[in-house]
Design a protein around this ligand. Structure first.
Ligand SMILES: [Fe+2]
Length: 163
């Protein structure tokens, strides 16, 4: 084989390899894109059910309605674990009026703040868990616990507990 033909062969091989690598990358990229689309589809279906992100408040704190109580997180400080962490339970809602969890109506998230700092966030699947969170947190020098929750239909509600 002449030198020129050898070089041509090498060039052709390189080209074939490059095409092979390119198509492998393309297949991988296509697969990833397809997976991303599936994830986006699932997320958008969930997002379609989350129709209210308005901040809500109890209108008359002396006489809260059943709907207001059902969406107000109840914060209860419990025992310390001996390592400096205190148990804090958050139930939605208050005074024993528990918010439902159904496929189309549920508490989709809960956030816990200590003195305004976000400490924990919980996402909840519709119909599979109800609005509740239990945390072990450091309360030393903390003056206020705040729980914020989102109901997919009835908006964002919060409650605070001063220590
Ligand atoms: Fe609700």
């Amino acid at each position: 084989m002449e030198r020129r033909e050898v070089l041509k062969s090498i060039g052709l091989l390189s080209f074939v390899s490059a095409v092979g690598m390119f198509s492998a990358c393309t297949e991988k990229e296509q697969k990833e894109t397809h997976e991303e689309k599936e994830i986006k589809t699932v997320k958008s279906e969930e997002n379609e059910l989350i129709v209210n992100r308005q901040e809500m408040k109890i209108q008359d704190s002396e006489n809260p309605t059943k709907l207001e109580l059902k969406h107000t997180p109840e914060i209860v400080v419990k025992e310390e674990d001996g390592n400096g962490f205190t148990k804090v339970d958050v139930t939605i809602g208050s005074q024993g009026i528990i918010h439902p969890s159904a496929a189309d109506h549920w508490i989709d998230y809960m956030k816990l703040y200590l003195d305004g700092e976000l400490i924990s966030e919980i996402k909840t699947e519709a119909g599979k868990a109800r609005g509740f969170g239990s945390f072990y947190v450091k309360l030393e020098n903390v003056k206020m616990i705040k729980a914020e929750i989102g109901c997919n239909l009835h908006g964002i509600w919060e409650n605070t507990l001063s220590l």
